[in-house]
Design a protein around this ligand. Structure first.
Ligand code: HEM
Length: 349
């Protein structure tokens, strides 16, 4: 794919390097909450500076992204060409669920307190206008390992390759500098995983556990996620996965977040994982990890947020019918959240 020089609109901080702390906040926009959300989006760079300026070593950043159903409620004019709801995948053994989400805030820093402060400020502005669907506080674990014990993120593209893989360019000029984002919250069954000998775990992942060396395993997670275009060129995404959990509650997870120039690439990887390939019926990582959320967003450029398009003429008039939300609980729980993101073992093997 030909890519123009990086002279287009300034992206949000999607290309920021992995940090030691992150908060992933997903919310739906309440009827009538559209203007508060627009105000917040316009103020976000300023809020980021307020919290980050005094702590330059903290590398605080926040990417805001908008889901398909909310886009037309928030902004008039054209919409990102490939923005659509996350498509649920029903494999023979495992399901990639599609769960509600109009807004994603991906907040990163080297200090959890900075992430927390910015998330609190964002929610302070949005309270009464949105309903939180899911909130996850991620952390760096040991030498960048997931809670299954493997180094996660090694094969991420870097530099120019990352820019090419992640940022929309001339193919959708109105939205150049933006990026599609897919998130999935996975909960691990660590008892079952840890009962597996290390050698068997390594075959599942496709890398050695201690030394992180790639193995030649056609049915591994790594192989299923190595996808190429018609010319044999590898198609990449940028992952900023973070472990999260609560030992007290026996909760251990990986928050998957993948940025890409077109959602097609991540979707192909998901199809390989959940529906299988000629080499594998499914990704065996799923025998030990259950996806409890799944949502697709578009993170517009920083320039777009700086100069938002006019709101649609009748922003609050018509709410599109949700796509595949039948698996999600209806209405909010007693805590005011949508109550998603918990493990529903009925989807587990
Ligand atoms: C339970 C959730 C997941 C865990 C624990 C996990 C863990 C890992 C680990 C340990 C690696 C090897 C090192 C690396 O290159 O990062 C890896 C590679 C990779 N994963 Fe995942 N992953 C998860 C979900 C996903 C999902 C949902 C996708 C895509 C939709 C994905 C895409 C990839 C890609 C593209 C690679 C690199 C393949 C290559 O070597 O080129 N992962 N993952």
């Amino acid at each position: 794919m030909t890519v123009e020089p990086a002279t287009g609109p300034e992206p949000q901080s999607v290309l920021s390097p992995l940090t030691t702390a992150a908060i992933f906040l997903v919310a739906t926009v309440d009827e009538g909450g559209e203007q508060s959300v627009r105000d917040l989006l316009a103020d976000l760079p300023g809020l980021q500076r307020s919290y980050g300026f005094g702590a330059p070593d903290g590398r605080l950043s926040c990417v805001a992204a908008v889901g398909s159903d909310a886009w037309g409620r928030l902004f008039g004019g054209p919409r990102p060409a490939e923005l659509h709801p996350f498509e649920e995948l029903a494999g023979r053994r495992h399901r990639a669920v599609s769960t509600p989400g109009d807004l994603l805030f991906h907040i990163r820093a080297t200090r959890q307190d900075l992430c927390f402060g910015l998330a609190a400020e964002i929610m302070d502005r949005l309270r009464g206008s949105v309903t939180v669907a899911d909130e996850v506080q991620g952390f760096k674990y040991l030498d960048v390992r997931d809670l299954m014990g493997f180094v996660d993120g090694t094969e991420n593209p870097q530099g120019r390759a990352a820019v090419d893989a992640v940022l929309v360019a001339g193919e959708d000029a109105d939205f150049a500098g933006g990026s599609y984002v897919i998130v999935q919250k996975y909960l691990h069954d660590l008892d079952a995983w840890n009962a597996l000998p290390v050698e068997a775990q390594e075959k599942v992942i496709g890398r050695t556990k201690l030394t992180n060396v790639e193995l030649d395993e056609p049915a591994s997670h790594v192989s299923l996620n190595t996808v190429t275009d018609e010319d044999g060129e590898e198609r990449q995404i940028l992952r900023d996965n973070m472990p999260f959990g609560s030992p007290g509650r026996g909760e251990f997870g990986t928050y998957f977040i993948g940025y890409s120039r077109t959602p097609e690439v991540t979707e192909e990887m998901l199809r390989n994982m959940f529906l299988g390939t000629p080499d594998a019926t499914h990704d065996r990582i799923l025998d030990f990890s259950t996806a409890v959320t799944g949502t697709l967003f578009f993170a517009p450029s920083a320039d777009f947020l700086d100069d938002l398009p006019e709101p649609p003429a009748a922003a609050a008039a018509e709410r599109p019918v949700p796509h595949t939300r039948t698996e999600s609980p209806e209405g909010t729980g007693a805590d005011g959240t949508l109550g998603i993101g918990d493990l529903n073992r009925s989807t587990a093997p």
